[in-house]
Design a protein around this ligand. Structure first.
Ligand code: APR
Length: 167
């Protein structure tokens, strides 16, 4: 049974085997956490992403982490754009977490860091996304250390509350 924890900070500072980025379908990078991770990993990340693109929402692909070493992999997953909540957004977001975890397990990753996927530019409400994220990772504790990295206090509180919900 793995450890699941919430931390407040910059995901590019995490020293884990794999860092998950909230990408777009082109995998070329963008703003938000994707921009930060691409800046930290260097231009080879976009080159590697371009070879695997497009990535559909809810799917995940892995590339090396390049300049983010000792991080070994960046797992690129594409979250749902929020459209009001009745367009299957919860299911796509759940899939982002589950497919990333399955991919990490195939790569023998022992520690993984997730940002709050889809809660920025894609507009997914923080509380609801935190519930989806924590339910998803608790349902699949197949990686020794799963770290949910919040970039702000509100997200940190929401993720912490999500983890505290009865299983
Ligand atoms: N470390 C951790 N979390 C971060 C960081 C960081 N350095 N920078 C931003 N975040 C947080 C945001 O505060 C938000 O809670 O990541 C979460 C996801 O927000 P976005 O990065 O905007 O991602 P998303 O909402 O999934 O939108 C994806 O934005 O960057 C583009 O290419 C990306 O088109 C895609 C879209």
């Amino acid at each position: 049974m793995g450890t699941i924890e919430v931390v407040l900070g910059d995901i590019t500072a995490e020293r884990v085997d794999a860092i998950v980025t909230a990408a777009n379908e082109s995998l070329l990078g963008g703003g938000g956490v994707d921009g930060a991770i691409h800046r930290a990993a260097g231009p080879r990340l976009a080159e590697a992403g371009a070879e695997l693109a497009p990535c559909e929402p809810g799917k995940a692909v892995a590339t090396p982490a390049f300049d983010l070493a000792p991080v070994r992999y960046v797992i690129h997953t594409v979250g749902p754009v929020w459209e009001g909540g009745d367009q299957g957004e919860d299911e796509v977001l759940t899939s982002c977490y589950l497919t990333s975890l399955h991919l990490a397990a195939e790569l023998h990753v022992e520690s993984i860091a997730f940002p709050a996927i889809a809660t920025g530019i894609y507009g997914f409400p923080t509380e609801r996304a935190a519930q989806v994220a924590t339910r998803a990772v608790r349902s699949l504790p197949i990686i020794d250390l799963i770290r949910l990295v919040a970039f702000d206090e509100e997200t940190c509180r929401a993720l912490t509350a999500g983890l505290a919900e009865p299983a």
